[in-house]
Design a protein around this ligand. Structure first.
Ligand SMILES: NC(=O)c1ccc[n+]([C@@H]2O[C@H](COP(=O)([O-])OP(=O)(O)OC[C@H]3O[C@@H](n4cnc5c(N)ncnc54)[C@H](OP(=O)(O)O)[C@@H]3O)[C@@H](O)[C@H]2O)c1
Length: 235
């Protein structure tokens, strides 16, 4: 057992870019790691062979999730809006339904998912999301509305959840823990850029930060110009 009370964590969506950062950082903290990913993507986790348990399967399959999250103190879920078959909401629901009672549940999404009416978006941001969503849905590739539905189910849950809403992402060395604000539109978030490795760091830290329970923090890189000088831990 690690000193922070977390012993075993499940990473749902472990094979993607964010998922692999989560796996690496969880292992670095001494956690036991169970990863869930699609069967075809298991090889993407070869670098962790022998160090993690992999449960292959669709992340919206309750049986797959039930098996993977059993005995986990924390579940880190990468919510992605792929396809048009409720992949995001099905994944969130499976985690909410099957995680151990008391487990810390941390989910990922983007700023485009609102927390409430106090999130303020620029006209340009709203137009971009609207056009991209429509085109992607027409092409039956992505269903952004289903990620919003996933968030709605998380918000309605009495579980110990956090939904981390990220700005645009980039690769690069860690800059440290991102800055967060409760609502999109806060000037501190204006730079709209976070390193993906630090998105993972924020999610891992959230496992042991009870002040983030039932919050949907909107994050930005701590070295982003708009965040310079802002407090890093609470809004
Ligand atoms: N990209 C951005 O700029 C951005 C901005 C803000 C927030 N976010 C959030 O960050 C998180 C990670 O997103 P990311 O863009 O960085 O991608 P990512 O970490 O590479 O993750 C992509 C995930 O989607 C899965 N996936 C890909 N195609 C799929 C399909 N057809 N059906 C089902 N699953 C599929 C991948 O699984 P496989 O390994 O099996 O392919 C992988 O787990 C998400 O929650 C996203 O909403 C992203």
């Amino acid at each position: 057992m690690s000193s922070d009370g977390i012993r075993r964590v499940c990473v749902v969506g472990a094979s993607g870019k964010l998922g692999q950062y989560l796996v690496r950082q969880a292992l670095d903290r001494g956690y036991e790691v169970v990863g869930v990913c699609r069967e075809r993507s298991v090889a993407k986790l070869d670098a962790f062979a022998g160090r993690i348990t992999v449960v292959p399967g669709p992340t919206n399959d309750p049986a797959v999730i039930g098996k993977a999250v059993a005995g986990c103190d924390g579940v880190l879920t990468v919510l992605v809006p792929w396809g048009v078959h409720q992949y995001s909401s099905g994944t969130a629901q499976a985690v909410l339904d099957h995680a151990d009672p008391g487990a810390r549940l941390v989910f990922s999404c983007g700023w485009h998912v609102p927390r409430d009416e106090n999130d303020h978006y620029t006209r340009r941001f709203r137009a971009t999301v609207r056009i991209t969503s429509r085109l992607a849905r027409l092409a039956r590739v992505i269903d952004v509305d289903d990620q919003v539905e996933a968030a709605r189910r998380i918000y309605a849950s009495d579980r110990r959840w956090t939904l981390v809403r990220a700005s645009d992402l980039e690769e690069g060395e860690s800059q440290g823990l991102p800055v967060w604000r409760r609502h999109v539109g806060d000037p501190v978030l204006a730079s709209n850029l976070t390193r993906r490795v630090d998105f993972a760091l924020f999610m891992i830290e959230a496992l042991t930060d009870d002040s983030l329970i039932r919050e949907a923090p909107a994050i930005v890189g701590r070295l982003a110009p708009s965040a310079q000088g802002a407090a890093t831990t609470s809004p």
